[in-house]
Write a protein that binds this ligand. Structure first.
Ligand code: NAD
Length: 329
């Protein structure tokens, strides 16, 4: 019987770097848009505590791996120190062997920021030098670092509904972003008005968007990341209307991207107004940004094939370096 490599959260933090994950997510988004994957939409089991079990299965055909992220989306009663506990079991599609079980929490943070960075790299202006982070949690910090890897970022504006979260994010980012000005902001408008790249990464759950289209700087690019259900929104319809709009996976976006689904259902925008999947921009099938004054939007809810690709990256690195614990399950 084959052994299964268990890779802990601590080891995943060491092995899954944004530097490696950005090109991997680019390849994955391309594979998704070329149908070189098999993927089901996210399934969720809600509980009275507010915690939801999410199951996200997918297969990568080019590398013969399959698996599923199994993770808790936390409700108010979840433990505050570990908000997104989960795992990704990774199988060899041909042999059926369970190759590895990898922590899912680190994957969620890093692959999401890496996906936004891969999309930003093809949509943002080449001279973009400032970022607005709206929502100063785990994703906010990872997005600030990821944007610095694809553009020469000099300023990061940070806003959150809790000023203490902004201060904590600035303290955490200082050592990772030397030479970058980290600027606390008291309002969403203050954060975005001079920003070339805007990342909305709050944990908002309702239809109470905080970003207005008229506040955005000419030529800016927006990554809308935080609202991941059909009933939640971070950005007003005015943002969608002002922008050339792309998303990660059409099928899932039309169900779970409230930023698009809500204005579509209200008749405020039409499906034909949206351009298409970001992977098709990466292959050259779709045109991304058309000029330097256009506003672009990447709407992402996160797709399971990203988790499988990240799990494979971790597994291959751990195996090559003799790390992790091999067990007979
Ligand atoms: N698109 C994807 O692929 C993807 C992947 C993972 C997580 N997410 C989503 O990203 C969001 C952030 O995740 P996280 O791990 O950083 O969470 P987190 O709890 O670490 O941080 C969220 C931050 O948002 C702030 N916030 C919440 N509501 C706000 C509002 N209305 N206005 C301003 N600030 C607000 C909170 O104060 C907190 O600081 C979650 O909603 C999560 O579901 C998306």
């Amino acid at each position: 019987m084959n052994k299964t490599l268990i890779v802990s959260r601590e080891l995943c933090e060491q092995l899954l770097t944004l530097e490696d994950c950005i090109p991997s997510m680019r390849d994955t988004l391309i594979a998704a848009s070329k149908n070189e994957i098999k993927m089901l939409q996210r399934m969720m089991i809600p509980h009275d505590s507010g915690n939801m079990l999410a199951i996200m299965p997918a297969s990568l055909l080019s590398t013969n791996v399959t698996g599923s992220k199994v993770i808790i989306f936390p409700g108010p009663q979840a433990k505050k120190d570990r908000t997104n506990q989960g795992i990704v079991p990774l199988f060899d599609t041909e042999s059926g062997a369970l190759l590895s079980i990898v922590d899912g929490e680190v994957i969620t943070v890093i692959r999401t920021a890496a996906t936004s960075a891969a999309a930003t790299d093809v949509l943002a202006r080449k001279d973009a030098s400032s970022v607005a982070i709206m929502g100063a949690g785990n994703q906010g910090r990872a997005h600030a670092r990821a944007m610095k890897l694809i553009r020469d970022i000099k300023k990061v504006y940070i806003w959150d509904m809790f000023p203490a979260a902004v201060d904590a994010a600035i303290e955490a980012l200082k050592p990772a972003m030397p030479g970058v000005e980290l600027i606390p902001c008291g309002s969403p408008e203050e954060a975005v008005k001079d920003a070339d790249i805007v990342c909305t990464v709050t944990s908002t759950k309702g239809d109470a968007p905080f970003l207005k289209g008229e506040w955005l700087k000419e030529g800016s690019h927006v990554n809308a990341v935080g609202a991941c259900s059909g009933s939640a929104r971070e950005i007003e319809t005015s943002v969608v209307k002002r922008a050339r709009v792309f998303y990660d996976w059409e099928e899932a976006s039309m169900r779970d991207a409230g930023d698009l689904v809500i204005p579509l259902n209200k008749g405020e925008i039409k499906k034909e107004d949206l351009i298409g999947e970001i992977g098709k921009v990466m292959t050259g099938e779709l045109v991304g940004r058309e000029n330097d004054s256009q506003v672009t939007l990447f709407e992402t809810i996160g797709i399971s094939v990203e988790d499988i690709a990240a799990a494979q990256l971790i597994y291959e690195k751990a195996k090559a370096q003799g790390l992790g614990v091999a067990v007979e399950i």
